[in-house]
Design a protein around this ligand. Structure first.
Ligand code: PLP
Length: 360
């Protein structure tokens, strides 16, 4: 079975070598050397402050906790995202309010955000969908003039640069996921990035039960610490991630070339994008029937594509209508994409798609 993705991994011996030290030091978690080294490397790479945590969902929860919004506050969010974005809002006791997306970029629409602002709105939580930066300038202008915080779900954005800088630098905070299915991973993992050192200090305390350096409890925190085995995986993956992205780029471009003229539609990327990470290979079919036929036909041939994001989350968590998001959700499919994916599989997948479209 060829899955939609395949986790990048360092050589086995290198990992064993790296973790050997842990048997001597017995320092397995709590601000270990590997964690500190990985935080430093990521801060340098993206030129912003970084707090690593145990997964992306806890990073979202901590990001929301940073601001002490009153319970019941409204947060404007995109319906076209992974469940975790909206679930974090709900777990924090806030109300998700959905603003529809642009059907070409798949990102939240600034004019839809504006329509959803009320006197209970406290923040906007956009997603850079599939590593495609959303309309950050417009979003931040709206936030400023309405006194709202901006928390970006940048789960897909390792190495995504917008106008020459990492997208992690945008917003009050940006949240990354380093889950095994993302381009860069620490098995499970996540991060909070911010330009504001006070927010970063608070995030550090929140991930460790709210303790400050004197071990006094200064806020009710949680346990979201990344352990040394995760950080070791991250450090080694950091050495090979550039090569992984290069290989993905080749595969991505091959798909685009082979599918040209078939009527499938690709995601429209932000013109401000100065570096992209080729995290996924999303394609839109003309209708749900075609998408589902392609899905079944690929499955029958040993390929495992994914309907993602599906369903549109306004259908799960509210009774608001978001026609663009629902429409994209009903026609989208992610084709397998990863560095080691062999050319022959891309050719077969594209042939199957062409056959299904031709049969109509
Ligand atoms: C993966 C993902 C998350 C959650 O990250 P985990 O590390 O799996 O908890 C959140 N938002 C989006 C958009 C994601 O794709």
């Amino acid at each position: 079975m060829i899955n939609v993705t395949r986790s990048m991994m360092p050589e086995f011996e290198k990992y064993v070598d790296k973790i050997k030290k842990l048997w001597e030091t017995r320092w397995l978690t709590n601000n270990g050397d590997y964690l500190l080294e990985l935080e430093k490397k990521l801060s340098e790479r993206f030129n912003t402050n970084c707090v690593l945590v145990s997964n992306g969902t806890l990073a979202l929860i901590i990001a929301l906790e940073l601001f002490d919004f009153p319970k019941g506050s409204e947060i404007i969010v995109t319906p076209f995202t992974f469940a975790a974005t909206v679930e974090a809002i709900i777990w924090q006791g806030y109300k998700p309010v959905f603003a529809d997306i642009d059907p070409e970029t798949f990102n939240i629409l600034p004019e839809e955000i504006e329509k959803k602002i009320t006197d209970r709105t406290v923040a906007i939580m956009p997603v850079h969908v599939f590593g495609n930066p959303c309309a950050v300038e417009e979003v931040e202008k709206i936030a400023k003039s309405n006194n709202l915080k901006v928390i970006y779900d940048a789960a897909h954005c390792f190495d995504v640069f917008h106008k020459g800088q990492s997208v992690y630098k945008y917003g009050d905070v940006s949240v990354a996921s380093f889950h095994a299915t993302k381009v860069f991973h620490t098995i499970e993992g996540g991060a909070i990035f911010s330009e504001d050192p006070h927010l970063i200090e608070k995030a550090r305390r929140l991930r460790n039960f709210g303790f400050n350096e004197q071990i006094e409890i200064v806020h009710p925190g949680i346990n979201a610490k990344m352990n040394e085995f995760q950080a070791a995986m991250g450090l080694l993956n950091l050495e090979i991630v550039d090569e992984e992205i290069e290989k993905r780029k080749k595969n991505y471009e091959m798909y685009k070339e082979l599918l040209e003229g078939t009527g499938v539609v690709f995601q429209k990327l932000n013109p401000g994008l100065t570096k992209y990470n080729y995290i996924y290979m999303p394609v839109l079919f003309k209708d749900t029937i075609t998408r589902n036929r392609v899905y079944e036909e690929l499955k029958a041939n040993g390929y495992n594509p994914r309907k993602y994001f599906y369903p549109s989350l306004n259908k799960v968590f509210s009774n608001e209508g978001c026609p663009n998001s629902e429409n994209v959700s009903s026609r989208i499919l992610h084709l397998p994409l990863y560095g080691e994916l062999e050319t022959k599989h891309i050719e077969t997948i594209c042939q199957i798609i062409k056959d299904v479209i031709r049969r109509g």
